[in-house]
Design a binder for this molecule. Structure first.
Ligand code: F6P
Length: 342
């Protein structure tokens, strides 16, 4: 086989582990791998070149993606799918490993329907792809959120302040919830559960009455707070998503809380730091296992599937099912569990 591999959508830590694993497993059976640059853009611009084992040396611990990425949607480019198919032919690519979130994987599904042999690998720090317990990049991102909470706590305690930490997560609250729980947050706001700012202010006052004169709040960029009409501003990407960090929800929550409680409040927007740096152990292993599994799935002649983690096993789920059920939202029971510690 001549396997094309690409990474699409937002980058995150652990992508290079998956690329390396694809190349190594393919080489084991003497198959070749072509690295496609910058997601689907590389198949529109014909920007692709072979990657052999030597080129993957040392990339396991590197953050980002050595292939580059973009949010290119072939459906939004004139004759986009025709160009993709033509460049697959030109590069003699007979099968594809597509590493991406639900947007990138929806293009993979379309190519499968058009007769291309394709297997997907779930990655997104948002962790909202259906059909896997965890996506590549999530563990690294929440470790950074946890670390930020730990750091904010020492300064919050010193100044007796309320610290609001705004984190990413476009449609699902996994990053805020799991990162916040691990960081001992005193309240977590996520898109799935509407919570009034009045209720949060009341809880902060109760904490103060108990002698706890500092607090950490983790707020998802997409959080649902009825009193705050935060609108996403700016242009949409090729898949129709707006930039939520421009909503300024963390800032608005911080201002409202200060107004309602009188406690001094500060806001930190963690932003792209959550996607940067070296992958954690978990993401290195997940990327490695999913990369190997994707090639093995192609070797079994499978197509139109995604490899995913279920419990401690890697198996496959159809891309059709993945796209139909994504984004995967937070389980309300887990949110309830977090609130036990407020
Ligand atoms: O999709 C992952 C993600 O990090 C979201 O959490 C966030 O809303 C978005 O990407 C930011 O996108 P960009 O890197 O294009 O600003």
């Amino acid at each position: 086989m001549n396997i094309g591999v690409l990474t699409g959508g937002g980058d995150c830590a652990g992508l290079n582990a998956a690329i390396r694993a694809v190349v190594r497993r393919a080489a084991q059976d003497k198959h070749t791998v072509i690295g496609i640059k910058n997601g689907w853009l590389g198949l529109i611009d014909n920007d692709a070149e072979p990657i052999d084992v030597s080129r993957t040396s040392g990339i396991l611990s590197a953050g980002g993606t050595r292939l580059g990425t973009s949010r290119t949607n072939p459906a939004k480019v004139e004759q986009g799918y025709d160009k993709v198919l033509e460049n697959l032919r030109k590069n003699k690519i007979d099968s594809l490993v597509v590493i991406g979130g639900d947007d990138t994987l929806s293009v993979a599904l379309e190519l499968h329907k058009r007769g291309i042999k394709v297997v997907g690998i779930p990655k997104t720090m948002d962790n909202d792809v259906y059909g896997t317990d965890f996506c590549i990049g999530f563990d690294s991102a929440v470790s950074i959120v946890m670390d930020a909470c730990d750091k904010l706590r020492t300064t919050a305690r010193s100044h007796h302040r309320v610290m609001v930490l705004e984190v990413m997560g476009r449609t699902a609250g996994w990053v805020a919830l799991i990162g916040g729980m691990a960081g001992g947050a005193d309240w977590i706001l996520i898109p799935e559960i509407e919570v009034s700012i009045e209720k949060v202010a009341g809880q902060l006052k109760r904490r103060h009455e108990l002698g706890k004169d500092f607090s950490i709040l983790v707020v998802s960029e997409a959080a649902n707070v009825p009193e705050i009409q935060a609108e996403a501003k700016g242009s949409k990407d090729a898949f129709g998503h707006e930039r939520l960090e421009k909503r300024g929800i963390g800032d608005a929550v911080s201002r409202e809380l200060e107004k309602r409680t009188g406690y001094e409040t500060r806001v930190t927007v963690l932003g792209h730091i959550q996607r940067g740096g070296s992958p954690t152990l978990t993401d290195r292993i997940l990327g490695t296992r999913l990369g190997v599994a994707a090639v093995e799935s192609l070797l079994k002649n499978q197509s139109g599937v995604m490899v995913g983690l279920h419990g401690n096993a890697i198996d496959t789920v159809s891309l059709e099912e993945v796209i139909r059920n994504s984004p995967r939202k937070v389980d309300p029971k887990l949110y309830q569990l977090a609130s036990l510690f407020y």
